[in-house]
Ligand binder design. Sequence first.
Ligand code: C2O
Ligand code: CU
Ligand code: CU
Length: 569
Amino acid sequence: MKRRDFIIKSALAGAAISTYQLFPFSGIKKINGVGNPLRFPPELQSGESLIFNSANVEVWPGTTTQILGLNNSYPAPTIRIQKGDNFSVLFENQYTEEATIHWHGLLVPELMDGQPKDAVLPGNNYTYSFPVFQKAGTYFYHSHAHHLTAKHVYKGYAGFFIVEDDDELQYGLPTGAYDIPLLIQDRHSVYQPQFTYSPTMMDRMMGYLGDVPLINGTPEAFFEVQKTLYRFRLLNGSNARVYKIAFSDNSPFWVVATDGGLKDEAVQMNGLFLSPGERVDILFDFFPYSIGNSVTLQSQAFSGVGNQGTQLDLLRFDIVGSNSSGGIVPQNLQIINYYNINDITGTRNFVLSQSGMGSGMHRINGLTYDMNRIDEVIPFNQLEEWKFINNTNNFHPMHVHGVLFQVYSRNGNTNLSPNDKGWKDTVLVNPNETVQTLVRFNDYSGIYLLHCHNLEHEDDGMMLNIQIDAPTKFEDEQSSPDTFELYQNYPNPFNSSTKIFYRLNNQNQKVVLSIYDVNGNLIEKLFNGVQSAGTHAINWNASNCSSGTYFGKLTVDGLVKTIKLVYLK
Ligand code: C2O
Ligand code: CU
Ligand code: CU
């Protein structure tokens, strides 16, 4: 069944309304029929356009909300793509403010990363295009414009980017109408029905915390479910609010994926923290419930400064039928090679501080963001330990671009919660906590970002530029840097073929590109001829070779440069 049919079908089933009754012992209720059916944004195919503009959409029934978003849709369209495909989209900025599209959690070249320095100005277009080679998972996209990220996201500029692959199918997880993305955001009821973004100085310090949850843009959302197993892809797209995800009757759910895709095993939990920018995929079984009852996905109360930590009802599930999804809870999922702390080549400390009131109050290592300054230079393909040291009483969800990393410990404790274990791009750093992570950049080199994903903190400057060095080359063969450059291969590592990029600065150069193994044996000559100035890309299909490290050797008019190629079959 296609999702659209499912929505129509559920809407019809909604006609059966019974009276409200709270079970005294649990969070299970009789369906009371109030609220709004959960919405789903339209889907967008690669090759289509995303147009940034303001639009009026119906968020609260009978009224309109002026959004700043993409394709007149709040949430922004959901993108679904197969691993191995190339994604491209024409971004058209038809609004009066600069903007970018950042592909959060996706491994993309620097110029496709949608950083503030690469803003698309009003009236301009930009084509984002990149190969999707990472694990299937729940990713997301949003604006990342300088000092405007928080406002744009609050006003509706965020959507899902879901990567699928054949590997995932083998586990028997629920699919189709039983695989439901849930974007969780909060809005201020005082401005209802508008998404007014007017943070006070206190909001800039704490984050702009709303009091009305919207799920996929739906207020007081309910979703009609069958007595069967579902997969929910939870994305915290809120500016600042941390949720303590749980069901109203405290029923356990299984965590199956973190930010960067499937975990190694499905683990049962009763509650977990989900901070801005983080995703978690859970499985939940409605089989034990009776038709006519409901159970609610909530954010449970927890202690936090300001109104962070207040209890909220997020989404009510009304049990309406007994169809089966055919999905199962698999015992083992995808193998994750956990990094070994003994393999680190260095340590970096990132001290998170907050002082005073006013712009620049949130800092990392005493610095506020300067797009023209490089704050850290990071070697390619080296495992490093990064410590986030939170010296404040606030929550800081720390996010890194261009990499998926692993959490190692919290305040020295390596016995981590299951949602910390797996591939991550955002990690919640609690008040006065030190979180130790293990990080290795092995996909792209170039300038990327490290920042707090509390968007008020980010816009206040709690963000650094990090520069990932180019892959290792043979030192003794480097020469004449200005006549040509050998600068990138992707994917890297790769599992069947990879593209090698180089730039020639002079016309009509004699070019030879060959592949060698680690012992210096010639494997294959990819190109031998004369080429003109400009950027060239040559594909190497390694399927006849064994896994391991190879070198691409580029000779231009007798001068040599080498690039390291990591082939993982
Ligand atoms: Cu989701 Cu740099 O951001
Ligand atoms: Cu990001
Ligand atoms: Cu922060």
